[in-house]
Write a protein that binds this ligand. Structure first.
Ligand SMILES: Nc1ncnc2c1ncn2[C@@H]1O[C@H](COP(=O)(O)OP(=O)(O)OP(=O)(O)O)[C@@H](O)[C@H]1O
Ligand SMILES: [Mg+2]
Length: 253
């Protein structure tokens, strides 16, 4: 099961969700690979992996194998990224099979994992297209503000286009509201609007605003290592349970 965590809008909790959903699934004894597909390298940094480490760029250029680059932390595998990835993306534009590069890279190792989570960059870039072509499912993370609705429409259009042209099996697993405070009227209004007007399922779980979640990356830890009793840990555990239950009920694969 390959899940792209994607939203063209920036700062909506994609990286935070990739990390903490990933660790939560690993804690349930699933075999998990996290892919940092963003040249900002935020996921890589959040696990305390050095910026000048071997990275996915070295695999794209053929200098290293996946096995040489993958790092193991908190019970899961991580394919790191750094700034070099933006140069790689530029050079990909002249490659014939440029939208399938990630798919070709991952095909040999996919069977080794139960869940592969891809942290996408905040844009409709070639890297995001690569992720959506290899993915089975998409999770879009959103903040409960008005601009998020516009962002959701954009990612929905992109997913529909990729589905039509390249990847028939692609569909949304759900929209995940993050950093929430459901005491705010605007939050409830946005949730209500999405339920009534956007034809993508909303997860039952939402990730409450929790300062521990924001602090954990500075200690190079997931929320489960940093504060396993926090609301953040409780919420990401609940999300992992919801996803594994959905998978069992629907037998996606
Ligand atoms: N539930 C939460 N509670 C508190 N802070 C949160 C929560 N979720 C995310 N944040 C904070 O919000 C900020 C943005 O999150 P994150 O980096 O995961 O977003 P992103 O979508 O990956 O951003 P980008 O588009 O730049 O890649 C971070 O500082 C993160 O710590
Ligand atoms: Mg990010």
């Amino acid at each position: 099961m390959i899940i792209a965590i994607a939203n063209h809008k920036g700062g909506t909790g994609k990286t935070t969700t990739t990390i903490n959903l990933g660790v939560s699934l690993a804690n349930m004894n699933f075999r998990v690979l996290l892919i940092d597909l963003d040249s900002q390298g935020n996921l890589t940094y959040s696990f305390g992996i050095d910026d000048d480490c071997l990275s996915i760029s070295d695999v794209f250029t053929g200098k290293k194998t996946l096995e040489e680059v993958i790092v193991r932390k908190e019970g899961l595998d991580i394919l790191p990224a750094n700034m070099q990835l933006s140069d790689i993306e530029l050079s990909l534009h002249s490659v014939d099979d440029r939208v399938y590069v990630l798919k070709y890279m991952l095909d040999p190792i996919i069977a080794n994992y139960d869940y592969v989570l891809i942290d996408c960059p905040p844009s409709r870039s070639l890297l995001t297209i690569n992720a959506l072509i290899v993915a089975d499912k998409v999770i879009s993370t959103i903040l409960l503000d008005v601009l998020s609705i516009q962002g959701l429409k954009h990612i929905r259009n992109t997913v529909n286009e990729i589905k039509e042209v390249f990847n028939e099996k692609l569909s949304f697993l759900g929209i995940l509201a993050v950093n929430t405070d459901l005491r705010k009227k605007i939050s409830l209004e946005v949730l209500d609007f999405i339920r009534k007007n956007i034809d993508i399922p909303l997860f039952m779980t939402n990730i409450r605003s929790n300062v521990k979640i924001a602090e954990a990356p500075s200690y190079a830890e997931s929320i489960f290592a940093y504060d396993p009793t926090s609301n953040g840990a409780v919420d990401y555990k609940s999300l992992a349970l919801e996803i594994t239950t959905l998978k069992t009920m629907n037998e996606w694969l």
